[in-house]
Design a protein around this ligand. Sequence first.
Ligand SMILES: [Zn+2]
Ligand SMILES: [Zn+2]
Ligand SMILES: [Zn+2]
Length: 434
Amino acid sequence: MTERIQCIREGCTNTILPATAAKTGGYCMPCKQEMEREERQRYIEANRRDVNLYAGIIDPVETLKIMHEPQVRDPLIRYVPYEQSKEQVYLSLSVEQQDQMKDYAMQRIRTGDEDTGKDILVYLVCYHDISLTAEIPELLEQEIYYPSILYKSASGEARDHLLQQVNTDDEKRNHILLMLAHISDDVVVQQFRQWRQSPPSWASELYVAPEHYTTEAGWELTKDGQRRELFITPSYSLYKVKENEGTSVESFGDSFSLLTPSANCCPWCGGALTTLISLDVKHPALHDVSWHAQQLQIQTCVICSSYGVVYMEMDAAGEPLWSSHNVMPVGMDEIDLDDYGKLAQAAGRQFQIATSSRHAFHASEWAMEPSLSQVGGHPGWVQDAEYPTCPSCSTRMKAVAQLDWGEVEKHGEGMYYMFLCEPCQLTAVSYQQS
Ligand SMILES: [Zn+2]
Ligand SMILES: [Zn+2]
Ligand SMILES: [Zn+2]
């Protein structure tokens, strides 16, 4: 039997065969590999160079083209990030530059890079609400059926084509219904109304009734068949102030605050309730909201509303009150508060409300990573659209705001969605995560 010998690396207790030792110079294989890794890392650190792909480029169109180009992965290259985010560069585009990006996107689609082309178009539609009326026939010809938001501006002709196709195309029906929901003109509204009155033969193959698709585009058919918006406009971004900018600039005085701890406790878990947002009803974001109190306050239990919808009513003084309609989700009684961190007192103070509005669908494509926190605007659903039903009048509640928890807490995730029912003066908070 061959005698095993000790690995010569300091601190290592592994033993190896003499044959291995001869090959590795006396080291065991894990040590040998570790040393090679370290060697490689030293080499990378000594030889790595910074590459600034944006050096000397001032045209935002050129900047965006580079941003959309896949970067070659090379450990010896450290890419210098651009000083602005993709979203910021998109927002800076002039109308002429938006057109240039649109042309570039179509060119990418024609040359087979459908994904990049679609991404660019989605940014242009969400951030600038550009019209794709002229491009939609070509997109359809290329058999591009999603994201359905691209079809918002379809012509009557394209719409009629889709209204035909939805009856015959089993495979694409799901996408076509979403596209129609986004087109949402009078003809489409009428068609959804007809489908509700006499369901088409293919309706039985869907998971939900055809008219349910409209909620994905932010509207519903009322009981009497009218189109009703499910979110308020305009949209104002709730953005985080950069640390070095400080929080001294108050854009809307004391009449706006986020994430204020309440003196009231959650009847389910016993933790303190949190006022996610408090905003003066005179703020332009709430222009079309009819609310009795001077402040719109949306309060919830941050822990419990991540398990189920939490409703709040308003007392005579306009202060939020735990609603008697709340139904505790199954399993909630086993929640241990110690499993949850406490929200930092200053968490809300790092946010500001934008001084000017943005497009209604700005944050609607969650996966495109727009700045999501907002008052007003189409929700950025992480999963399917899910508007809570008002427990008092059974109507779908309107989306008023959302908070991206990833921005609030260091290891936070998911989104809190805020809703209200104006006739009942009731609020609701729900939560989704990926
Ligand atoms: Zn070793
Ligand atoms: Zn709770
Ligand atoms: Zn109601």
